[in-house]
Design a protein around this ligand. Structure first.
Ligand SMILES: [Zn+2]
Length: 139
């Protein structure tokens, strides 16, 4: 896959959002940007807590913000995640599961590293194959 202008726009939005992360313990700042159907972009940052287990990732913060703006399952089209680590970073397992509830398997995921300038592209389906979805529940 190749970066599209929309992917680049998402990376810029995630990079801008990342400046507002709250990561005093790990110093691992993350910015995320979701593209909703229609082109609206919603951002999120990681928010740590002194009770470490209460930390919430940037991806889930972006998603919950989008849900608060009316996002319905299947209605986000792309995600960008931006970090400044030693390598490109992908969403954690918890975020992959939460994202899979609202995105399709072919939803684009753009992972950008500010330190190296490297960008990798993948999809939600590649990050979480055989995911547990609402269809997995008994009816
Ligand atoms: Zn996460």
């Amino acid at each position: 896959m190749k970066l599209t202008p929309r992917d680049r726009k998402l990376v810029v939005a995630a990079t801008r959002a990342r400046k507002h992360c709250y990561a005093p313990y790990s110093r691992f700042g993350v910015g995320a940007a979701l593209e909703l159907e229609g082109g609206t972009i919603v951002t999120g940052v990681n928010v740590e807590n002194c009770s470490y287990g209460l930390t919430v990732c940037a991806e889930r913060n972006a998603l919950t913000t989008a849900v608060g703006k009316g996002l319905l399952p299947g209605k986000f089209t792309a995600l960008a995640v931006v970090t400044e680590a030693d390598a490109v970073v992908s969403p954690c397992g918890a975020c992959r599961q939460v994202l899979a509830e609202f995105g399709a398997p072919d939803t684009r995921v753009v992972m950008h590293n500010l330190k190296s300038g490297e960008t990798q592209l993948t999809t939600l389906g590649a990050l979480l194959p055989h995911s547990f979805t609402p269809l997995s529940l008994p009816r």
